[in-house]
Design a protein around this ligand. Structure first.
Ligand code: LIP
Length: 266
């Protein structure tokens, strides 16, 4: 068994256990623990509890690895492997009872920096619908037992997804970005979970996805799903406050890059 497959199996096992905890806490009632960057940027007690479970399971299984979690921060390891974790991606959906939330766990080689890391393994588990998306570098991307493949461009236009940040001051600019891509779109989906958007691109349920301002834990696992499913992922403006992530099948990704990065709609 390769290291990538071993890390992937561990990620899936822990994501499923953590997902069941999140689903149980959702049924029992969600309690707000705090707000972060804005009033809309919330963290629930379940976010913190689920991340603590994931961190403990990883520490037990691989004590020398590093960790970067949305809620508990970073801890360096000395194995060269770092786990990048979003315990509940789609937190606002989770708080409202919308079943579009997931546990996102990725193992990367190198620093937990999307500009430099090498993603090795990924698991995105959606407990409300019972789906587990997984990938191991060089071994493809899978939904449960089915191998995943991204779509190619169609004459009907691309089914795209995006997301908006928690700061209302950024919404006008994000809407301007949406206006620029709609000429190549058949429609737009707004699911509120970056990891799920990326998993759906990998599964061919979306043709492309773009969003500004995502954090490393939002994109680590889903980006590997897309590339292992034959797609492409670009993160531009990496030095900016709100880097732009673009993902899709190779053709749709290229068209989005031309429009959003090269500013060339033709
Ligand atoms: C969320 C992302 C979503 C984005 C939100 C937030 P969280 O992550 O999944 O795509 O639009 O602003 O970043 O906060 O639910 O882990």
């Amino acid at each position: 068994m390769t290291l990538e497959v071993e890390l992937g199996e561990l990620a899936v096992d822990i994501a499923r256990e953590a997902g069941e905890l999140a689903r149980t806490r959702r049924q029992q009632g969600v309690r707000l623990a705090a707000t972060k960057s804005t009033l809309a940027d919330i963290v629930t007690e379940a976010d913190r509890e689920v991340e603590a479970l994931i961190r403990e399971r990883l520490r037990t299984a691989r004590p020398s690895d590093g960790f970067l979690g949305e809620e508990s921060g970073a801890e360096a390891g000395d194995s060269g492997i770092t786990w990048v974790v979003d315990p509940i991606d789609g937190t606002v959906n989770y708080a409202y009872g919308i079943p579009a939330y997931n546990v996102s766990i990725a193992a990367v080689r190198g620093e937990p920096d999307p500009r430099t890391w090498e993603a090795l393994a990924a698991a995105v588990h959606a407990p409300a619908v019972g789906e587990t998306f997984r990938a191991a570098r060089g071994h493809g991307a899978w939904l449960d037992g089915t191998r995943l493949a991204v779509t190619e461009v169609t004459a009907a236009g691309a089914l795209l997804a995006t997301g908006f940040g928690y700061d209302p001051a950024t919404h006008d600019g994000d809407l301007a970005t949406v206006r620029r891509v709609m000429p190549i779109a058949r429609d737009l989906r707004r699911m509120g979970s970056a990891a799920l958007d990326l998993a759906y691109v990998a599964a061919g349920r979306l043709d492309g996805y773009f969003e500004r301002g995502l954090q490393p834990w939002d994109i680590a696992a889903g980006s590997l799903l897309v590339t292992e499913a034959g797609g492409a992922v670009t993160r531009t403006d990496a030095e900016a406050a709100r880097p732009l992530l673009i993902a899709g099948g190779v053709q749709v990704h290229a068209r989005l890059v031309k429009i959003l990065v090269e500013k060339n709609p033709d």
